[in-house]
Design a binder for this molecule. Structure first.
Ligand code: FAD
Ligand code: SF4
Length: 506
């Protein structure tokens, strides 16, 4: 065997550079389903099913090209982890080299490299053309900068790719349309929103669903409504559906939340993107095309492109620059245990109940639900960052460490002390009241910080500012919040802090 092309579950890119020059007579593809990848965090059943179904569809498509694929199915072998399964193949087949693109997770990458070294087989790592920028591009941009701010990276990529550019000028004349975006639905609510296209499980997915129910019965989440795209063709259809029906209102309502309305105007493309069933540049170009064709306003399209060309590429650059050290960061010295209701949704707090129940049912929550409901609660409570990280990595269908970890440890938990987000995203229950209708169905009052009906977010918000006052008093973007803290009467603050201590003791 000349090249063993190793394809991991989040590398299902039919155009991967790992296949360049593939010769079916001399090369082979290797894929494996192993228990460890579903259990190293307590994975949502839909996350496991999505990966396995998409992998099986991908192997089928490669075989249809006439390519040899050595595919290890869960249950058909006894290997617990990837490296044991790979070692067995390397011993048997002695390829001259492994070819692969970078893994989406440091842990997996290290395991494969160690396995190859032990077998004295070279790993030829090829550039991952799925991403718009390479790690080296990011490194060149980041070197010598004191602060690595998304906005400047995003602008650099807009210029380099020409996406939403008219020559050297940003399309529409501005780089950023946030002021027109991020509205709430007001008192009336969202009204009718076109439902996203759903993909009913085919025979492969049904088989995988039965396998997951049988092998991982105690894992969190439900498979009842499983409808995620599992092939490139389905991902393309999901993109088309989003561009045609929801993109135009994406920006305006991107931060809004509403009871029992999980998707709203979001694209639901993250899982397909992260498994590489669809190319991010294709997605950005389709959105740009919609604007140029007059189908969507510039504010919506720019807001959407910013998420993919900006945030997605930015967090990937940060991940490889700062891992593995990032995992141990705990700048705010947070040590509380993750509340057990994160795994069940059983809490009186309506916002958390809604978001967690939705996540258990679907494996999905949109950005603000993740950042300003579950993430905010963990941050205000002072949950140990590693536990928050393990929950996010387990519970979302789109969770792969390179994208999950910076969002959780950097953006949401401020565990890195501000490397990524210049300030912690802290707010009281009033923010949730403004951006959703959750508080209307809650026994707590977002305006109250003490007493029976006090909103735990509001109580913990003041306590958070008091606990970290020294750190943030001079912070340009938090000083105002600290000044409001200082206006609270000392006796009242003491009562708030006593109530917060009770919440933190759980
Ligand atoms: P849309 O709202 O339609 O956005 C379009 C696309 O932009 C997404 O599909 C995604 O690919 C990209 N995107 C948007 N925001 C981000 C971001 N902050 N970082 C990187 N890409 C982004 N995203 C993941 O893909 N996997 C994760 O494990 C993940 N964990 C997160 C954890 C926390 C605490 C937070 C705050 C955010 C996390 N995100 C994660 C980012 C974001 O919430 C999801 O990408 C988004 O909600 C997916 O839904 P969508 O496809 O409908 O996205
Ligand atoms: Fe959440 Fe507080 Fe509103 Fe209840 S009152 S839904 S706990 S923010």
């Amino acid at each position: 065997l000349r090249h063993l092309v190793v394809v991991l579950g989040d590398q299902l890119d039919p155009d991967s550079a790992a296949f360049d020059g593939f010769d079916p007579a001399r090369d082979g593809v290797w894929m494996a389903e192993v228990v460890e990848e579903s259990t190293h965090v307590w994975s949502h059943k839909a996350r496991i099913a999505l990966f396995l179904s998409a992998m099986r569809h991908f192997a089928q498509a490669l075989r249809a090209r006439g390519w040899p694929v050595e595919y290890h199915r869960l249950g058909a072998h006894d290997f617990h982890g990837l490296s044991a399964a790979l070692a067995d193949t390397l011993v048997r087949r002695r390829p001259a080299a492994i070819r692969m693109v970078r893994a989406g997770d440091c842990r997996v990458e290290a395991a494969i490299e160690a396995c190859a070294v032990a077998q004295q087989i070279r790993v030829g790592r090829v550039p991952d053309t799925h991403f718009i920028a390479t790690e080296a591009d990011f490194g060149r941009w980041a070197d010598g900068r004191r602060q690595l701010r998304l906005e400047y990276w995003y602008r650099a990529l807009r210029k380099r790719t020409g996406v939403l550019m008219d020559g050297a000028t940003p399309a529409g004349g501005q780089w950023n349309y946030d002021q027109q975006n991020r509205a709430s639905f007001g008192a009336e609510g969202p009204g009718w929103v076109p439902e996203p296209v759903r993909f009913m499980p085919d025979a492969i997915t049904r088989e995988v669903i039965d396998l997951v129910e049988a092998r991982f019965p105690t894992h969190p989440g439900s498979l009842r409504g499983f409808d995620w795209p599992v092939t490139p063709a389905q991902a393309a259809e999901a993109l088309d559906d989003f561009i045609t029906h929801r993109l135009a209102s994406f920006g305006h309502y991107q931060d809004a939340m509403w009871t029992d309305r999980g998707w709203l105007y979001h694209s639901r493309l993250s899982a397909a993107l992260n498994l590489k069933l669809i190319d991010p540049m294709t997605v950005c170009r389709a959105a740009e095309q919609a604007w140029r064709a007059g189908m969507a306003p510039i504010a919506a399209v720019e807001g959407f492109v910013r998420q993919i060309l900006g945030w997605r590429e930015y967090v990937r650059g940060l991940y490889w620059r700062f891992m593995p050290g990032w995992l141990d960061d705990n700048a705010l010295d947070a040590h509380v245990r993750l509340p057990s209701f994160f795994w069940t949704g059983q809490t009186d707090m309506a916002c958390l109940r809604q978001v967690i129940e939705q996540t258990l049912a679907t494996g999905y929550a949109h950005h603000i639900q993740r950042l300003m409901v579950t993430g905010l609660y963990a941050l205000l409570l002072g949950v140990a960052p590693r536990q928050v990280h393990a929950w996010y990595l387990a519970i979302f269908v789109d969770a792969v460490e390179w994208v999950e970890l910076p969002n959780v440890l950097g953006m949401s938990q401020h565990a890195d002390g501000g490397r990524m987000a210049s300030k912690p995203y802290v707010a009281s229950g009033k923010y949730i009241e403004r951006m959703s209708n959750y508080c209307r169905h809650c026994r707590f009052d977002p305006g109250e910080a003490t007493g029976e009906t006090a909103c735990p977010f509001t109580t913990l918000y003041w306590d958070f500012l008091a606990r970290h006052r020294a750190r943030f008093a001079e912070h340009p973007r938090l000083a105002l919040q600290v000044r409001n803290l200082d206006r609270i009467d000392p006796d009242r603050l003491q009562a708030i802090r006593a109530q917060a201590a009770a919440l933190r003791g759980q």
